[in-house]
Design a protein around this ligand. Structure first.
Ligand SMILES: Cc1cc2nc3c(=O)[nH]c(=O)nc-3n(C[C@H](O)[C@H](O)[C@H](O)COP(=O)(O)OP(=O)(O)OC[C@H]3O[C@@H](n4cnc5c(N)ncnc54)[C@H](O)[C@@H]3O)c2cc1C
Length: 454
């Protein structure tokens, strides 16, 4: 297409902003219009834990390759911007306390390593050459992963973990950033390149002779444009419906709590800390009886899923902690604002306290929590979409579930290359809707493994 023709992007969350940035900066399109009925980054993209990691499962190495590239792009943008969005590389700590879970943790480590996520250094005694992560910055720290199998060493390096911790995998190409500042920087760059933001709700995608010619907004305004990119997050499917294209996604509600760790139970320079095993919460007999009495609370006495996690929020002098634990992932209809379960902070706190016992003191006297949340928009196998749609000039980017902040740059690069008809990364087909027409892929879907959702 001509660089002067208008590109319309519906959605100014991280997917829309990253796509606009790639089109403006890498392909030099000037006429980009981001349309959103809300303020940029205000629906899902500001609710995230803002973390990233390159450690991803198969089948195939597409997810690891795309995520490696996405992180590389985020780093490039961090360098270009003077790291205005505080990208760090503290890593993720996957921890287990039951020796029966050591081998599954090692399998998990090896799978991603074999797919190209990096080498694993194993530390089996107190004498070790482990290089700790720096709390800030991202340019100077070891990659790959460190696997700790010595309990004394684990206690020495991560003293806030339970004495029962028997194995820890420290994934190094991982950490977090300020998503809000990342998004603001992308938008600023798009505007500096001639692009714009318009407040409005897209209600129709205008077509002529099988080609996109513009959009209609809820206020009746018509806007011309021959490229339309659906970056509508939880409304991805609704926007697909406007052109009769089924986008096979659904939504799950995910919450996040934060508390003030006034007693500094977790070192302020800690990485993201994850309990990578199922658990039964240590209720007293009396509590157990009470919970079992009610239908809605009975499940709390059962085995609950792995994945309780936390990370420090703010600088070394701050004391805020983010706590997350999803004990039931269900397909739901997206409603705004989402319903925030007031019990969530306590449950997340209890879940992660088994790994970080210093937090148990807050169970008795819970610091006033803050709670928010949004939707994971997902395909059935939890792989994202970044591809053209059946209508000429229409594209989609989304279904990024719980990893959109980290994946947006990599997926935006794919969509921008489709629009510009330039060379696609080799892994692009894995993120196209056309994968569902591939018989081999459909067969894979039947016993698709764990997606390591956090
Ligand atoms: C609790 C939680 C924790 C998470 N943690 C992480 C994490 O640690 N790391 C990570 O990488 N990801 C994380 N995520 C996931 C990440 O936040 C999402 O994948 C990402 O924000 C999705 O971005 P998006 O741009 O697709 O959607 P959104 O941010 O929802 O943006 C979509 C935009 O489209 C607009 N829109 C929709 N329909 C229309 C219309 N008809 N007209 C105009 N505008 C429209 C909406 O108003 C919205 O602004 C987390 C998510 C949650 C909920």
């Amino acid at each position: 297409m001509e660089s002067s023709e208008r590109i319309i992007i519906c959605g100014a969350g991280i997917a829309g902003l990253a796509t606009a940035y790639m089109l403006a900066k890498k392909h030099e399109y000037e006429n980009i219009l981001l349309i959103d009925e809300r303020a940029p980054m205000s629906l899902t993209s500001d609710k995230s834990t803002e973390c990233y990691r390159n450690w991803w499962p198969g089948p195939g190495d597409d997810m690891v390759k795309m995520m490696n590239r996405s992180i590389e792009l985020i780093e490039e943008i961090a360098v270009e911007s003077g790291n205005v969005f505080h990208l760090n590389r503290r890593g993720y700590l996957y921890c287990v306390t039951d020796s029966a879970n050591i081998n599954p943790l090692i399998d998990f480590a090896n799978e991603a390593s074999d797919l190209g996520a990096g080498e694993i250094r194993t530390h089996q005694s107190i004498e070790s050459d482990y290089i700790p992560a720096e709390p800030e910055g991202f340019e100077h720290i070891a990659l790959g992963a460190d696997l700790f199998l010595d309990q004394d060493l684990i206690q020495q390096v991560f003293p806030y973990l339970s004495n029962d911790t028997v194995a820890v995998l420290h994934v190094r190409n991982a950490g977090w950033l300020s998503a809000q500042q990342f998004g603001a920087y992308l938008l600023e760059q798009v505007k500096n390149s001639g692009g714009n933001f318009l407040s409005g709700k897209v209600v129709e995608i205008l077509q002529k002779d099988g080609q996109v010619v513009g959009v209609k907004l809820a206020n009746g305004e018509r806007i011309e444009g021959n490229i339309f990119i659906n970056a509508a997050g939880p409304m991805l499917k609704d926007l697909g419906d406007l052109i009769g294209v089924d986008i096979p996604v659904y939504n799950e509600l995910h919450l996040k709590a934060s508390i003030n760790d006034s007693l500094i139970a977790v070192d302020r320079d800690a990485p993201m800390v994850i309990l990578a095993e199922n658990q039964i919460l240590p209720w007293t007999d009396e509590e157990k009886e009470m919970l079992k009495e009610e239908e809605e609370t009975k499940y709390l006495t059962d085995t609950l899923p792995s994945g309780a996690h936390l990370r420090p929020e703010g600088g070394m002098e701050a004391s805020s902690l983010l706590l997350l634990w999803d004990v039931h992932d269900e397909k739901v209809e997206a409603v705004f604002p989402p319903e925030l379960d007031p019990m969530y902070p306590e449950l997340a706190l209890r879940g992660i306290s088994t790994l970080v016992p210093g937090l148990k003191k807050y169970i008795e006297k819970m610091p006033k929590p803050f709670i928010d949340g949004g939707y994971y928009t997902k395909t059935q196998e939890n792989r994202p979409l970044a591809c053209p749609l059946e209508l000429k000039g229409a594209y989609v980017i989304g279904a990024m579930a719980g990893y959109g902040i980290m994946a947006a740059a990599g997926l935006a690069e794919i969509v921008a290359a489709h629009v510009a008809e330039s060379e696609l990364p080799e892994y692009a087909p894995a993120f196209s809707l056309s994968r569902y027409q591939d018989e081999n892929y459909i067969n894979l879907l039947e016993d698709w493994g764990d997606s390591w959702q956090l």
